[in-house]
Write a protein that binds this ligand. Structure first.
Ligand code: HEM
Length: 418
């Protein structure tokens, strides 16, 4: 075809090779038959490429940080922001660049974050949570009574593992447990990674609407619970009450307080059923056992997302300002350099509380003491009261939550001898 005078001449030198290889995907597939192990691929990454470029399930490129020391360094670095939703790397319906909602404690940084955290942290201290232990214990016994009244078979998730944390967080926050159908359903939609944007938005708005009404009631008639205290304190300090902020903070606590511990109780039960030889040792020292279970299982299965606000170095790798990073909690907790024979469950492990299952640094889990108390009480009473507990189906037939932020069995059919 004749070339028109306007058409520029073709360049005579070859352009740089077009990058044909895209970075590998975030490892998400667990080794077959090993439901307690993190996805295959992490061990090799820790060894050969501990800070590597990957493609996250939501479609953008991030750094993946896999070693224990590096993960802690990332989570402690104030230059690495939580500004994107901490799960936007796995929830394609979230926009990591969207401005955080006021009150979204997990997405804020610096002074804004510290202010919100201070508003709630006093209700989650060891001392405050110990006062809830008796309540948790009563609920555990009550649910075991109800379970054992069934004819020899139950779903441990619905009958035990979910109600205990749900009741405890309701008691602490001042949310009527009778409304659980609504907030349990919305919570599980909000932690799911494969929902359409519309579904997540609807779940969010329904839950926010519910909490809005609840807060309005508490404004009129405050009680001795965290939500009432937030309202009373804000009014006493003469601060204008930002209801949207309170709703978002309340929503974060309600959702975070549910799924995580419920999955830990169910999965830990399965681990203890699978390791009868270690059960007596675990139950002899529940606080220690719970820490090892948290390390071994690392249920926040896709790690947490951070955003570099300036250039930083992580594990000898330069991370440019504007880059995203995933701190792989499950990989860090299986790092042999930190935990000898890391892939084995070992209830005699030294320093069992050093794991990063609750994160690390400024955003380390607010509810961790509550989660510990719930797990300790639930697991001890379950195996004391039902020593003959067993799986009611072949282990291979169990289905797991691969598409939620928090890993665990979908259901756990159990049986016992009368
Ligand atoms: C075994 C159970 C639990 C696990 C494994 C867990 C795990 C985590 C992790 C890994 C983070 C850090 C997120 C990040 O750095 O971006 C976190 C934060 C948080 N967790 Fe938990 N959690 C558990 C139970 C709870 C409970 C019972 C509550 C009760 C309210 C709770 C409330 C929160 C809140 C509010 C944050 C955000 C803290 C902040 O941003 O300052 N969690 N959790």
């Amino acid at each position: 075809m004749p070339t028109s005078p306007e058409t520029p001449a073709l360049p005579t030198t070859r352009p740089p090779a077009f990058p044909t290889t895209r970075p590998p995907a975030l490892p998400t597939t667990r080794p077959p038959g090993c439901p307690f192990d993190p996805p295959a691929g992490y061990a090799a990454l820790r060894e050969t490429s501990p800070v590597s470029r990957i493609r996250c399930p939501a479609g953008f490129e991030t750094w993946l940080v896999t070693r224990y020391d590096d993960v802690r360094a990332v989570l402690a670095d104030p230059a690495l922001s939580s500004r994107g939703a901490s799960s936007a790397h796995v929830k394609a319906d979230l926009d990591p660049y969207e401005e955080a909602d006021p009150g979204s404690i997990i997405q804020l940084d610096g002074a804004e974050h510290a202010r919100l955290r201070k508003m709630v942290v006093a209700e989650f201290t060891v001392r405050r949570v110990e006062r809830l232990r008796e309540y948790v214990r009563e609920q555990v016994e009550r649910h075991l009574d109800a379970m054992l009244a069934k004819p020899g078979r139950a779903d441990l998730v619905q009958d035990f593992a979910l109600p205990i944390p749900s009741l405890a967080i309701c008691e602490l926050l001042g949310v009527p447990y009778a409304d659980r159908e609504l907030f349990q359903r919305q919570s599980s939609l909000l932690v799911s990674t494969d929902q359409e944007a519309g579904t997540t938005d609807q779940a969010f708005h329904e839950l926010a609407g519910y909490l809005g009404k609840l807060f309005a009631g508490k404004q009129q008639d405050p009680r001795d619970d965290l939500f009432s205290k937030l309202i009373v304190r804000a009014e006493a300090a003469g601060e204008s009450l930002d209801l949207d902020e309170l709703i978002m903070l309340g929503l974060s606590l309600l959702v975070a307080g549910h799924e995580t511990t419920a999955n830990m109780i169910a999965l830990s039960t399965l681990v203890l059923l699978e390791h009868p030889e270690q059960r007596a040792q675990a139950l002899a020292d529940p606080p220690r056992a719970v820490e090892e279970l948290l390390r071994y299982l690392s249920v926040v299965q896709f790690g947490v997302l951070r955003y570099a606000t300036e250039e930083v170095e992580v594990g000898g790798q330069t991370i440019a300002a504007g880059d995203w990073l995933i701190a792989a909690l499950n990989s860090a907790n299986r790092d042999e350099d930190r935990y000898p024979h890391a892939d084995q469950l070992d209830f005699a492990r030294e320093s069992p509380r050093t794991h990063v299952a609750f994160g690390f640094g400024a955003h380390q889990c607010v509810g961790q003491q509550l989660a510990r108390v719930e797990m300790q009480e639930a697991l001890t009473a379950l195996f004391r009261r039902v020593p003959g507990l067993r799986l009611a189906v072949p282990k291979e037939s169990l289905a797991y939550k691969h598409n939620t932020l928090v890993y665990g069995p979908e259901e756990l059919p159990v049986a016992w001898s009368a």
